[in-house]
Design a protein around this ligand. Structure first.
Ligand code: NAP
Length: 278
């Protein structure tokens, strides 16, 4: 099956559906990434903070899938904001992954109290201009953070990765990203299972003969969101990838939208100020 692709404001393209590798031990990551690529995933979402970039690089190499067919993301952690630290962090990511270039590099959190995200963004622009990264973006940025980096550099992020799932569906931030021409990508798309028992999700699962996780991932896809579920189980990797061959009705989508209850599983981007390694 052809995978749906998303086109960035810089002209580059990314598969809509990918595999995240948060909370996978480094020693297990190569096997999970290899399994994901064998399943058909072509987008792998990693980060320096996940402490498994070596495993991610190894899995990519072991899979035998040509590098130019795989879209690889990594992220700059909170201890690496600022000009020199950001350059060093990027070099360390490249050393650990063993890759020649990244498809996408994100600032993981804005840390507004530290107030160095504009300086850090300028480093990402430079690395992109040098050809070491194909596209640059951010995660957990709110409108004022986006506006500032765009106003001060003239460069709009390709993508903003934010927490989205049925109980935090973020219509405002999705609209902000859209207005700026930024692709929205959902992190923790399954919401740590908090909507698995919800009646509209179960009803859609019953009607379609799909699992509740598949219904939720399909809800993201039909909202035009990129989605990066994490699983270290081969069976679930396959289940989460098999969400392109069925459709939710408009009523089912609307009923799942109504599960919104402002339930954040992660920190609030305006407040989060943690600068130690994870
Ligand atoms: N930018 C950020 O700040 C940020 C923050 C968090 C996450 N992320 C990214 O987003 C990715 C996904 O987020 P996440 O890992 O927090 O949460 P998630 O993908 O929503 O959920 C992962 C959890 O759900 C389980 N699971 C996966 N597939 C399932 C299925 N089909 N049925 C039942 N349970 C299932 C997994 O367990 P098993 O592994 O045992 O299957 C794991 O416990 C991360 O890996 C990371 O790449 C980014």
């Amino acid at each position: 099956m052809t995978q749906p692709m998303m086109t960035f404001n810089d002209g580059n393209r990314m598969p809509q559906l990918g595999a995240g590798v948060f909370q996978i031990a480094n020693d297990d990551t190569a096997g999970v990434v290899d399994a994901a690529l064998r399943t058909g995933y072509r987008l792998i979402d990693g980060a320096a903070a996940y402490n498994n970039e070596r495993g991610m690089g190894e899995g990519i190499r072991n899979s035998g899938v040509p590098r130019d067919e795989i879209f690889v993301t990594s992220k700059l952690w909170n201890d690496a904001h600022g000009h020199d630290a950001a350059l060093r962090a990027f070099d360390q990511t490249m050393e650990r992954t063993g890759l020649d270039y990244l498809d996408l590099y994100l600032i993981h959190w804005p840390l507004p109290k530290l107030d160095k995200y504009v300086e850090t963004w300028k480093v990402l622009i430079r690395l992109r201009d040098e050809g070491r990264i194909r596209s640059i973006g951010v995660a957990n940025f709110h409108e004022p953070h986006l506006k500032r980096i765009i106003d001060e550099t003239g460069v709009t992020p390709a993508l903003n990765q934010i927490e989205i799932h049925p109980s935090l569906n973020q219509p405002e931030m999705r609209a902000v990203n859209k207005r700026f021409g930024i692709v929205t990508q959902s992190w923790t798309p399954l919401g740590r299972g908090d909507s698995f028992e919800a009646a509209p999700v179960k009803a859609a699962a019953d009607r379609t003969g799909r699992s509740v996780a598949q219904v939720i991932l399909r809800w993201h896809i039909q909202h035009g969101l990129s989605v990066i579920p994490k699983s270290e189980q081969e069976k679930r990797l396959a289940e989460n990838f098999d969400v392109l061959g069925f459709e939710l009705t408009a009523d089912e989508m609307a009923a799942i939208d109504k599960l919104e209850n402002d339930h954040r599983t992660g920190p609030h981007p305006d407040e989060f100020d943690y600068r130690e390694p994870l």
